[in-house]
Each structure stands twice: as C-alpha cells, then as structure tokens.
Design a binder for this molecule. Structure first.
Ligand SMILES: [Fe+2]
Ligand SMILES: [Fe+2]
Length: 192
C-alpha cells in the first residue's frame, strides 16, 4: 500500500520534471496543464487512477517543441525509459492516430486523452478574445464559434466532435467539463 502510494507520487513528479525539461514555451505548457486538469477531472468521475490520467494529459505533447516532425513517436521511448507504463504510452501515441501514428485508441485513457486535446486548445483560443478570459466562456458560444472557419484554423473541428463521440458524451456536456476544469486551474486561469 505504502509503496504503491510512493510510486504514484513519483509518477506525477516525474511527469512535471519531464515537462519542465522538454517544454519551454509557456503557451504549450499551458495547453499541457489544461489537458492534465481535464484528464484529472474525468479520472475522478470515472474512478480511474487520477495521477496516471493527469500524467498522460501533461505529457501527451512532450516532444512537440523539440521534435515536431516525429511527434508523438519520439516521446514514446522517453516515457518508457522514465517508467511510464505501456497503457500511458499507447494513449500518447493514440492521440495522434491515424495522422502520425498507427496506434488506434482502444483504452478509455486513450479515448479521453484524444477527446481532451483539440477542445482545450479551442477553448483557450476563444477565451483570449474575452475580457473575462475563461470565466466568460460558455459551451454554446464555443459551439457557435466552431462554425467560424477563419477562427483558430489549426484546431481540427472534426476531431473535436470525434473525440466527444468516442467517449460517448454530448459535445456540449464535454465542453462544459473542459471549461470548468480549465477555469479551476490557476496555472491556466491565473487570478487577476
Ligand atoms: Fe499532439
Ligand atoms: Fe495537444
């Protein structure tokens, strides 16, 4: 029991250390924190291992800054060497399936990670236009803005819908969960 607790603690600590080592860009870090927080929320809701799900969120773009061409394949050996398990590594590879990897999303962890990726980016981009930031973002306005093709062009709308479909959740409910988790994270939503 005690050793399990220690393992879990070193797990999330290793995740933070890795993130600091590989990612310097503050916006990318914020994106990773966002996905981490939403994953932690869902792990709690589903009774899954919170630190593991949070680590997957935190580390899914670990190699994006240093190895953009081979992302996320370059992250896999780094994660395995750092002691993360196969399921977490498969989820990290799965978030870029099928465009960049040949690892389909089978586990719940993998499906939720994919579902939390693009939408956090879109919510963040949208919040930057609002004077109240994340505190002023509503699921309905997000859904409406998703139809504006000129806005946040690099965020794939189809993947946002596909993500919600894969976890079997109404998109609006998912977006509300994403907004709540991001809003409650002071690293993502610093107090004024
Ligand atoms: Fe990615
Ligand atoms: Fe990402």
């Amino acid at each position: 029991m005690f050793s399990e607790l220690l393992y879990k603690m070193s797990d999330i600590k290793t995740a933070y250390n890795l993130l600091d080592k590989f990612i310097k860009n503050e916006n990318l870090k914020k994106h990773c924190y966002s996905v981490e927080s939403v994953m932690r929320f869902y792990a709690g809701q589903l009774g899954e291992n919170s630190d593991k799900w949070a680590s997957a969120g935190l580390l899914h773009d670990l190699d994006w800054e240093m190895f953009p061409d081979t992302h996320p394949n370059t992250a896999a050996p780094i994660l395995l060497e750092s002691g993360f398990d196969e399921e977490l590594v498969e989820a990290v590879l799965g978030h870029a399936y099928p465009d960049r990897t040949d690892v389909p999303r089978i586990s719940l962890l993998s499906k939720y990670l994919f579902a939390c990726d693009e939408i956090t980016g879109f919510v963040m981009a949208y919040s930057l236009m609002k004077s109240g930031g994340l505190n002023e973002v509503e699921p309905r306005s997000i859904k409406k803005k998703m139809k504006d093709k000129a806005f946040a062009k690099n965020v794939n709308r189809e993947d946002i819908q596909k993500g919600a479909d894969e976890i079997g959740m109404e998109l609006e409910v998912h977006i509300q969960n994403v907004i709540n988790a991001m809003k409650n994270d002071s690293r993502v939503n610093p107090p004024n």
